[in-house]
Every structure is written in C-alpha cells, then in structure tokens.
Design a binder for this molecule. Structure first.
Ligand SMILES: C[S@@+](CC[C@H](N)C(=O)[O-])C[C@H]1O[C@@H](n2cnc3c(N)ncnc32)[C@H](O)[C@@H]1O
Length: 259
C-alpha cells in the first residue's frame, strides 16, 4: 500500500537531518527556507507553477499529494489564497497541519486532510485551482485522478502539476505510470489549453541529488528507513537517467463547461 509506505517514510523523514538536507540545499540551494519538500521540486519549477496559477484569479487552491505541506503553503502565500492540502498518508497530513504557519497567507492558514486524490472530499466546481507537486506519477490511472480534479474545479479553473513522463511513451523499460499521455488524458476528461513543458534544470538537480545519495556513507544510511529508500530510488534514477523527462503540466477547465 502506497499510503503505508509513505507513512513510514514521513515519520522517518521528520527525524532525518540528512534527508532534509538532500531535499533542501543538495537539490536546490535557492529553495525557500523551511519548504523541505519530499519531492524533486526546484525553485525554478515552483516559480513556473506560480506563474501558471497567476493567469487566473485564485481564491481557493487545493494541493494534491501535499506531503508535509511546504510547496502548497508557499504557493498559497504567493497567491494570497486559501489552501486545502490532501494526502493519502495520515502522517503527512498531521505533519503538514503542524507546519501550517510556515508561510502564512493573508487568506488564512492552510488545512490538510487525509484522503485519496481519486475520491476527494471536496464539492464539485468549488475550487479555483488545483496543484500537484510530484504526486501524479504515483497513480497508474492518471485519467481517473484528472477526472476528479476536473470535477472539483470551477469552470475556468486551472490545474498545474509537476511530474515525470517517459521520453518515449512506448518505451517498456519505463513503468506504465510514467508513460501517460497527459495531453490525451487531460483532453479526455474535458480540459483544454493543455500545456506540457520540460524543465531540464530540474532534471539536472534530481541527478545531482541521486549522485549525492548513492555516495552517502553506508554507516550514515544504517537503519534509517528514509535514507535507505532515498538511496535505492537514487540507484533506480541513475540507471534510468535519460528515459524520462521532468515536466510541468498545465490545463484549464473550459468556462462553458460545468463537468
Ligand atoms: C513525492 S511525494 C510529494 C509530496 C509533496 N507534494 C512535496 O512536494 O513534498 C508524493 C505524495 O503523494 C501522496 N500520494 C500518493 N498517492 C496518493 C493518492 N492516491 N492520493 C493522495 N495522495 C497520494 C503520497 O502520500 C506523497 O505524500
């Protein structure tokens, strides 16, 4: 179960200065202090997400797969909007709630709930924007998730996500969940103005983190679950480097459509 794996990972992450260092200064020294993502989001990607969200008026933002909350809280402050974060991991939601005053938004502090992004406890057509930072790739059924996102967005609302995609969607060396044709899936559930942009600098930052992780002293990694997981994922990342690309996906819900 992904939720259980992430519960353990977040419990371990919170106690690991090395993990927070890897996903902080090693990944990108320009990340806002305290953001502490458990993702590969860089300051450039965050700025691009902010720009894509600023193209519309946002009062209410939902962050799917919010983790410990940092990226969503930062975006909500930058956009001066309210924030609800959703994560399947109970530990992540608890951690995020404990960090809700990290980047205070004039619209109020964010709140975080444990829920599945494919069955959101959020009313239809009730939010202006949905963001997802490095969480879409956890699902083998991205189209179901996008259908749910489309449901909660108001007409004219915007969805922006950072994730990965196979360079060649027919390449069977890459997991099916990374071979999603986002253009097709997003259009199939009613989105328009679908844009996909590759961010090469974020790929390079991820590679640097992976190289640093595999070079960690095994005695430091020891029994720390989060470091073991980071190192094994880093080996995988370096083995398959070049097969996937780092992307930002942006899509709009048409104004005329109430789906
Ligand atoms: C790589 S982490 C990214 C966390 C956070 N966005 C960040 O940048 O720190 C992916 C997150 O997606 C969450 N997740 C995975 N599948 C999910 C699902 N079906 N519904 C909600 N959250 C999910 C995981 O629990 C995890 O916190």
């Amino acid at each position: 179960m992904i939720a259980d794996l992430y519960d353990d990972a977040y419990a371990s992450f919170a106690c690991s200065p090395t993990a927070r260092h890897l996903f902080g200064p090693v990944l990108d020294s320009a990340l806002p202090a305290g953001l502490e993502p458990y993702s590969f989001v860089t300051s450039e990607m965050l700025a691009l997400v902010r720009t894509a969200l600023r193209e519309i008026h946002v009062d209410m933002l939902v962050d799917l797969g919010c983790g410990r909350g940092g990226p969503g809280l930062w975006l909500a402050r930058e956009l001066s909007c309210a924030l609800v974060g959703v994560d399947r991991s109970r530990v992540a939601a608890v951690e995020a709630n404990s960090r809700r005053s990290l980047f205070p938004s004039p619209a109020g502090l964010g709140s975080f709930v444990q829920a599945d992004m494919q069955a959101l406890p959020i009313r239809s057509a009730s939010v202006d924007a949905v963001v997802s930072i490095d969480a879409l790739q956890t699902s083998e059924t991205a189209e179901l998730t996008m259908g749910e996102i489309s449901r909660i967005l108001r007409p004219g609302g915007r969805f922006v996500a950072t994730t990965w995609q196979a360079v060649d969607l027919t390449d069977h060396r890459v997991a099916p969940r990374l071979r999603v044709d986002f253009q097709r899936s997003a259009t199939a559930v009613g989105f328009d103005k679908v844009r996909i942009r590759e961010v090469q600098t974020a790929h390079e930052a991820e590679m640097e983190l992976a190289r640093t992780a595999v070079a960690l002293d095994p005695r430091l990694v020891g029994e720390e679950l989060i470091l073991q997981r980071i190192v094994s994922e880093a080996v995988e990342t370096l083995t398959h480097a070049g097969l996937t690309r780092r992307i930002i996906l942006a899509a709009s819900k048409p104004k005329c459509c109430s789906r």
